[in-house]
Design a protein around this ligand. Structure first.
Ligand code: AMP
Length: 281
């Protein structure tokens, strides 16, 4: 695996790969890799013969007081995992080169960026859309894979690619969980054993919602209440939102008469966790 740190070199490598007729599959990440990330690379490999992974903890998608500074980093461990996965190129750009002095251009996606995480992390999706656009212009992939773990992000990227006529196929990777059900996340590393136990309630509460749906409940408000009550039954979990939305558009719905996502965010021991489950798909 070749490690590339300079924008120009990455662009030149991608140009060469394209000339050689390679199909470039791309997985952008912030590193501290786990099985959830690796599953996206395997997905890219199903249809691409050159895989590029980026690791960049993007400062512009973190708000003031968020965890940018302490976000977990392990370049050596990540490299070993990517080598083992058969990734061809690892792109680790420098912050200074990604955001040159005088930087002033941003990509803002409309409605789909609002609500849910958009309400609790102002500017987050603008930072994401901007950095992903930049990475797309540097890596020049044919295809990029995004995880359903960050469901709203996935739809923001899909919308952006469509609206801006970016010639890139966006593929989704299913949400990968630990054996006990907790959604894999780099941020789980922040959790004390006690808080990790509480963190388990996120997936357990979503399962309660799904069971209610499978038993015939279709009212979004009732499904939300089931999930929220379950979460709030445990001290030390502060719920930011629980919502049922159209799985395709993220529009609010009153009844689940089409595929829907039950999405939530909660703070557990000072750590912000998100999770979701799709029903009716
Ligand atoms: P991150 O490093 O958190 O920015 O995530 C990079 C990519 O990995 C994003 O497309 C995420 O949605 C995806 N991802 C993170 N965790 C998981 C997971 N547990 N299952 C599937 N995809 C994930």
């Amino acid at each position: 695996m070749k490690v590339i740190r300079k924008v120009k070199e990455m662009q030149e490598v991608s140009d060469r790969l394209r000339r050689e007729g390679k199909k470039i599959g791309f997985v952008p990440t912030m590193g501290y890799l786990h099985e959830g990330h690796l599953s996206l690379m395997r997905k890219a490999k199903e249809s691409c013969n050159s895989i590029v992974v980026s690791i960049f903890v993007n400062p512009t998608q973190f708000g003031p007081g968020e965890d940018f500074e302490r976000y977990p980093r392990d370049e050596e461990g990540d490299r070993a995992k990517l080598e083992a996965e058969g990734v061809d190129f690892l792109f680790i750009p420098e912050r200074e080169e990604m955001y040159l002095p005088g930087y002033q251009t941003h990509v803002e996606v409309g409605e789909v960026s609002k609500g849910l995480c958009g309400d609790f992390r102002p500017g987050h999706f603008r930072g994401v859309a901007t950095v992903v656009t930049k990475l797309f212009n540097i890596v020049k992939p044919h295809l990029a894979v995004f995880g359903e773990k960050d469901y709203q992000q996935l739809l923001v990227i899909k919308r952006m690619v469509k609206d801006l006529n970016l010639d890139i196929e966006i593929i989704l990777g299913i949400l990968i969980r630990e054996e006990d059900g907790i959604a894999m996340s780099s941020r789980n590393a922040y959790l004390s054993p006690e808080n990790r136990e509480k963190g388990l309630m996120l997936s357990r509460s979503l399962v309660k919602g799904r069971i209610s749906f499978e038993s015939g409940e279709r009212r979004a408000s009732v499904l939300c209440k089931t999930v929220k009550d379950s979460l709030e039954s445990v001290a030390g979990i502060s719920v930011q939102y629980v919502e049922v939305r159209d799985a395709e558009t993220l529009e609010k719905i009153e009844a689940v008469d089409r595929p829907a996502v039950i999405a939530l965010a909660a703070i557990v021991g000072g750590v912000r966790l998100i999770d979701n489950i799709i029903v009716g798909r």
